[in-house]
Ligand binder design. Sequence first.
Ligand code: ADP
Length: 483
Amino acid sequence: MSDVSVLAIVSEIYPLIKTGGLADVAGALPAALAGEGIEVATLVPGYPAVMAQIEYAETAIDAKPLYGAPARVLRGTAAGLDLFVLDAPHLYDRPGNPYLQADGRDFPDNPFRFAALCQTGRELGFGAAPGFLPDIVHAHDWQAGLAAAYLHYDGRERPGTVATIHNLAFQGKYPAELLGALGLPPQAFSLEGVEYYGTIGFLKAALALSDRITTVSPTYAAEIRTPEHGMGLDGLLRTRAEYVTGILNGIDDEVWDPSSDPLITEPYDVETLARRPANKAALQDKFGLDPDPGALLLGVVSRLSWQKGLDLLLANLDLLERLGVQLAVLGSGEPELVRQLLEAAEARPGRVGAVIGYDEAIAHRIQAGADAIVIPSRFEPCGLTQLCALRYGALPIVARVGGLADTIIDANEMALASGIGTGLQFSPPTADMLGATLERAARLWAEPEIWDELVENGMMTDVSWRRPAALYAKLFRDLVRER
Ligand code: ADP
């Protein structure tokens, strides 16, 4: 029996539409929370992919004008998710990336596209859909940020509000002149409200006005209160520190299960690790790498952006060559990084392979086939690829930041002596420190017994949503009780 009802608001949700970890979390949390007696319905934009997959849809709120054309709200299900869908073709019926036009720039009407989503969140929050009155509105990232403002300035008795930060780097900052067009009252443009260095800040509004703020790891929750990682919001986050908590993400352990994964060559688990090398051979083949079972094979699955620190890895290509280490990279993003990766693959045939693009199947094959996964992020709110790596028996080699610091146990001398290591960490995130750690990895690789123990430790780590879901459930219940 569920005793708490939550309206989640999010701009992407797995498996319907995904650009990153945000979608994974939005897609997995409802089922995990259901196990805790918390009922979640999720409001998402009616992108083509969502409209195509929604089933049993009924009109929950009749069509009315919203930013220039009629929009209605549907309620239905897709992939087991209970969804409210804002059906507004003039805002969302666009192919491809949910935020970017074909030339890679933001859609110019993004403030209205996501304000419309948040205004719909306000309606649903006050019970506009028959049979649905949430206790809590849970807004994810800047796209859902204004929901807290609309609920706050409405004046009616409102549900509790929780804002979750998946990445502080994306803030949704728009000109102050839009205040009226965004449906915000003049008094909202204040230090306590949506005003952000003279602009309107969507994420800032959420952080200022939500009852609770969560982010996706305890270390990131602490880091974002510092000027170094706070990206202009550290002052506000310090002021609101007593309301900020970090709850790690999990991964969907059915989607990510090496013993039953239909996308990999040869299923295996911790008891049948001898089957895993077939996946390595297939990966070497796919990436044009030498078919050498003894070469340490590093994998990368990543957005290609400054945050992810792949330039630090590219700076170590000569070292990898000297160590006899292979590299397989799957990624998409910034053109300059794409160019450098393709150039590296071209210059080092058999040693470096790159696939540019977004491809779920190849992501799974890298996790199953690589010996180690490298994540040299400059900052990382939680990170999901290291959790997948633990589950798939690929040793995570990570920068000690954010969620990477919280999820991997560095195989230092003491950890080795106690048999508890699950990966390698380095700090600070520089090319030299990564290089030293890659050398450390190569030394461990030469000692298969130790390497295998680290891999087995990782595979036995609980990376599911069970614990995180219990923490969210407690947070939601405490908030409901308090109100
Ligand atoms: P972020 O959300 O910052 O991109 P996370 O590690 O939190 O990073 O989540 C990334 C998610 O996206 C993971 O599920 C990862 O497997 C997936 N992913 C990233 N890049 C690609 C890609 N090029 N192809 C397939 N999956 C990818």
